[in-house]
Write a protein that binds this ligand. Structure first.
Ligand SMILES: NC(=O)c1ccc[n+]([C@@H]2O[C@H](COP(=O)([O-])OP(=O)(O)OC[C@H]3O[C@@H](n4cnc5c(N)ncnc54)[C@H](O)[C@@H]3O)[C@@H](O)[C@H]2O)c1
Length: 331
């Protein structure tokens, strides 16, 4: 297949990024977004075969060689099922798979979906996982994940109140959107046994969604994980620290470096990376193309099952926060 024709659903920030990347990899693109101005902006960035403001028209116009779902999370499942009604071709769905695990489970057994928890394609985090699993710091006793970034800085081209992230019903909020870090925890350590969380709206941000999340996670191995997610922090911080019996392994997104130390003083062995953020989205786009061309032999990097697993933790965090009790998992 020389120039696969891909339909992108949702022409906002993520949808247009996927459109640009897939075009740069030799695809032809069509786009659907209920907002005509978003279709025009997409067209302004490069050639579109077709632009649609109605989903039915987009799906009925023809069968495409592949699909990308980059709409707000509330719509992901229905749109994946609508595509499946027309075509068995591969779908790259943005994360989270949906807004609850029960909703996402409607996709259980639906084939040919690659899920876009894109940090899994980020080279430094692939390397971080390798080093954890190779035992560089020995048995992991605790991990800390921090994601702190003011929502008003995310989309400087629009008021943050207009962006789906502000809206609880559409799937906004720190917990759901930054479930990236829950997914990474599962990718690094596997399934936990217990979760305690506080999911809150604490800041002055004019949003209906949560903006501050603190989670304590327990593993049967004895390991403990803390995740802190907020939509308020400036300067932004994304970092992951694992403390093991034989040292500490830290990844800082801002420094784009993995640091290792097993000394009391802060002396670090530093592994620097020079990749840019778009590399993770290009990784997902390349995998989608390999799947479309039937050229991929290894397991998928991120699956529907991974998406449901992350949302089960999200649900447990909500239940814990609502009841102010720890929630046992996988009993
Ligand atoms: N993997 C990542 O790192 C990453 C980064 C950014 C966004 N995302 C994900 O991508 C998705 C979109 O986020 P965004 O930042 O592009 O938001 P956005 O608000 O910039 O774009 C969403 C677009 O969807 C459109 N839309 C609204 N209702 C729709 C519908 N029913 N069908 C199709 N389109 C519809 C909106 O008009 C808007 O243009 C979210 O699921 C988000 O979590 C992932």
């Amino acid at each position: 297949m020389n120039e696969p024709h891909i339909l992108v659903l949702g022409a906002g920030s993520a949808g247009r990024r996927h459109t640009r990347n897939l075009r740069s990899l030799g695809c032809r693109l069509s786009a659907f977004d209920p907002r005509g101005d978003r279709i025009e902006e997409t067209r302004g960035e490069g050639e579109l075969v077709n632009g649609f403001t109605k989903l039915d028209e987009a799906l009925n116009a023809q069968e495409y060689d592949g699909y990308v779902i980059a709409s707000p999370p509330l719509f992901h499942v229905d749109q994946a099922l609508a595509i499946r009604g027309k075509s068995k071709h591969w779908i790259l769905s943005e994360k989270p798979l949906s807004v609850t695990a029960a909703e996402a489970s409607r996709l259980e057994g639906v084939e040919n979906i690659l899920l876009g928890y894109t940090y899994r394609w980020w080279p430094p985090l692939g390397r971080y996982r390798e080093r954890l699993q190779a035992g560089d710091i020995g048995a992991v006793r605790s991990m800390r994940f921090i994601m702190s970034a003011h929502l008003a800085d995310w989309h400087p081209w629009e008021p943050y109140q207009d962006f789906f992230m502000a809206n609880k019903e559409q799937g906004g909020g720190a917990l759901l959107d930054e479930s990236h870090f829950i997914d990474l925890m599962l990718w690094f350590l596997g399934a936990p046994s217990k979760v305690y969380a506080q999911v809150e709206k604490l800041s002055d941000l004019d949003i209906s969604a949560d903006d501050n999340v603190d989670i304590i996670v327990s593993y049967k191995s004895g390991a403990r994980v803390n995740l802190h997610l907020d939509l308020v922090g400036r300067p932004h911080e994304r970092s992951i620290t694992a403390v093991g019996e034989n040292g500490t392994l830290l990844y800082s997104y801002e420094e784009n470096a993995i640091k290792f130390s097993n000394e009391g003083a802060a002396k670090w062995q530093v592994e620097k990376f020079d990749c840019e953020r778009n590399e993770m989205f290009l990784g997902a786009a390349r995998e989608l193309l390999a799947l479309i061309r039937d050229e991929k032999s290894e397991p998928l990097t991120c699956t529907v099952a991974d998406g449901i697993a992350a949302l089960k933790i999200v649900d447990a965090c909500r239940a814990s926060s609502d009841s102010d009790r720890a929630i046992n998992l996988y009993a």
